[in-house]
Design a protein around this ligand. Structure first.
Ligand SMILES: Cc1cc2nc3c(=O)[nH]c(=O)nc-3n(C[C@H](O)[C@H](O)[C@H](O)COP(=O)(O)OP(=O)(O)OC[C@H]3O[C@@H](n4cnc5c(N)ncnc54)[C@H](O)[C@@H]3O)c2cc1C
Length: 564
């Protein structure tokens, strides 16, 4: 039987890899995380974190630190030719969440918070260490060849699972599946700038500093906000790609100051580039891997799908992947370790001692399919494909160089300008937009992990399980009464693990079904006898009109938390 050095090897310490490592470790896995870059800092690309992402990260204990580093009440101005329209995004009308706002946070800050949380738990990111080769092992697990820049000998590591969070040019993906999609005809331009008032004869206007300025121009969006890393202002824009383009994964070339000034002039923003501290031109693509996993290998984040920045989705979708995968790997590894332990015990007189654990198996049983681990690709690939389609559409509208797109931006948007102040005041409209972009609607109803027990016979009552809350849905952050106190559901779910909510009249949960990663909450104010089981990533899993021991035990076995 293979002796693994580690349960989970995470390759890449961007936001995706750090989140996988944090969650897998929080749920009992032995984790290592390696990162090719020797220094933590690199210029941020992502700057917007969605409210649902904050909810997903909450059980990992990092949201307070993220909120402290970011701006949770950003305000924006939409510039349309001569008009400036304020857009109210400070407080969104988002009921049922602790985070009814966008968070403006630099990707580098988000990475620093996640890496610090890992370090507090004793997992240090191994920087300057690169995965150079990998192979799947015949009897389960993978072999990874790691090379560190400090001249030490290469390390051969045996891991039960290997997760490629190694970005768009992923090495791991080559061993997992194909790469489908294409390039955008536009590149992104990112720059950190010092800006001054426009040169005479233009009037000396100063841009409001604490505001995100968005210009809708014929050539695309230009965005300016004062969260630069090497200078006060960060500029984001798109630019038609030239004929010669660097291969993906190569360092992005800087953009000349004159070109940045030209982009600003074309946008009509009254400002002058005083100094360029840093700039880069980034190639954009829309691609998704044909598979998200193969045996012990998994890919997540940009390694599995790459988007246009339109809609601010890439980092958020990667974190969604990570919290979907981390707990599954941890539980599967735990089940496999227990199965290995039993196999090493003397054979029981009544029969074979090693039942193949359904969640994660080792030895020959590792070849068996694991519904738990398979559910990662089954749930996340369609979700990421939908995000990819949405961002392609948004990219076309915001930055596409197609004549129709340019005409729409040049003519239709300014024509609709008088309506915009009214439109942006329509809280419900903004809320619906943010809910869509933040993935609040995302559900996994057809997942093998979503089980509705005899729902048609006895409906489950109570706000946690009323209309719409079907297995596979996000559990809303509603107020409940538990153990005599009023508390929000997400506060109860803020501990990593599976959460079993029992209605007031439900039977006691048997001791044998409890465990360090199974938390039980009785809702005093929810009449009824039912139960709702919630996964560690906050999605409802099992709904039953009574505390159904058989269904619960079968589900816990499916996810590797019960043996048999
Ligand atoms: C202009 C722009 C703006 C954006 N804005 C937003 C936004 O506002 N919101 C949003 O959600 N997304 C945004 N994105 C997308 C977002 O930046 C990415 O989706 C996100 O960085 C993906 O994170 P990741 O951890 O999956 O990959 P990465 O951040 O690419 O991390 C991969 C890591 O793996 C390491 N690595 C690679 N190969 C190896 C190896 N063999 N061994 C060891 N380590 C390795 C790399 O060094 C790197 O640190 C934007 C993108 C662009 C281009």
């Amino acid at each position: 039987m293979t002796e693994f050095d580690v349960d989970v090897l995470v390759v890449g310490a961007g936001t995706t890899g750090l989140t996988v490592a944090l969650q897998a470790h929080a749920l009992g896995a032995r984790v290592r995380i390696v990162e090719r870059r020797s220094v933590p800092f690199r210029a941020s690309r992502a700057t917007v974190m969605h409210p649902r992402t904050l909810e997903l990260l909450r059980p990992l204990g990092v949201t307070d630190a993220l909120l402290a580093r970011g701006d949770a009440s950003p305000s924006a101005r939409l510039h349309l030719k001569t008009q400036v329209v304020p857009v109210s995004i400070e407080q969104l009308d988002l009921p049922g969440t602790e985070f009814p706002h966008l968070l403006l946070i630099r990707q580098a800050d988000a990475e620093a918070v996640l890496a610090a949380a890992l370090a507090e738990r004793g997992v240090i990111v191994e920087r300057g260490t690169e995965l150079v080769r990998l192979a799947r092992l015949r009897h389960g697990g993978a072999r990874a060849l790691l090379r560190s820049g400090d001249g030490q000998a290469d390390e051969n590591l045996l891991c039960r699972y290997l997760v490629g969070c190694d970005g768009a040019a992923s090495l791991v993906r080559r061993s997992v599946g194909g790469w489908l999609g294409g390039d955008f005809a536009e590149d992104a331009v990112i720059a950190d700038l010092e800006l001054g008032p426009p040169l005479p004869p233009a009037p000396p206007v100063t841009l409001e500093p604490e505001v995100v300025h968005v210009v809708v121009g014929r050539r695309g969006l230009v965005i300016l906000f004062n969260r630069g890393e090497r200078a006060t202002w960060r500029m984001l824009a798109t630019h038609r790609a030239g004929a010669v383009r660097e291969p993906f994964g190569q360092p992005a070339p800087p953009v000349p100051a004159e070109e940045l000034q030209r982009l600003l002039d074309e946008s009509g923003l009254p400002t002058h580039v005083d100094a360029v501290a840093w700039s880069a031109r980034v190639r954009l693509q829309h691609r998704i891997a044909s598979r998200f996993s193969r045996g012990p290998l998994f890919i997540a984040g940009d390694a599995a799908h790459v988007h246009s920045p339109a809609g601010a989705q890439g980092m958020n979708a990667g974190i969604h992947d990570a919290v979907n995968l981390g707990w599954k790997l941890a539980f599967a590894a735990g089940a496999a370790r227990r199965a290995t332990g039993r196999a090493e015990e003397p054979p029981a007189p009544t029969g074979p001692a090693v039942p193949a654990g359904p969640a994660g198996a080792s030895g020959p049983a590792a070849q068996a399919r694991s519904p738990l681990l398979d559910s990662y690709a089954q749930e996340r690939r369609p979700a990421d494909l939908a995000v990819l389609r949405l961002t392609r559409l948004m990219h076309w509208a915001e930055a596409g160089s197609h004549p129709f797109a340019q005409l729409a931006r040049a003519v239709l948007v300014p024509a609709a300008a008088p309506l915009l102040p009214w439109l942006t005041r329509q809280r419900r409209l903004t809320t619906a937009g943010v809910r869509t972009l933040a993935q609040f609607w995302l559900r996994y109803p057809t997942s093998v992990l979503s089980v509705d027990v005899r729902a048609s016979l006895v409906p489950v009552r109570g706000a946690l399980a009323r209309r719409g809350l079907r297995p596979g849905s996000r559990v809303a952050d509603t107020l409940v009464r538990c153990d005599g106190r009023r508390v929000r559901a997400h506060e109860l779910m803020a501990t990593p693990g599976v959460h079993v909510f029992l209605q007031a009249g439900a039977r006691e949960m048997p001791e044998r079904l409890r465990g360090p990663f199974v938390h039980v909450h009785r809702l005093d104010d929810r009449p009824g006898t039912g139960m709702l089981v919630v996964r560690p990533d906050g999605y409802a899993a099992v709904r039953a009109p009574v505390l159904d021991e058989r269904a619960l035990e079968a589900w816990l076995r499916l996810v590797g938390l019960a043996d048999g």
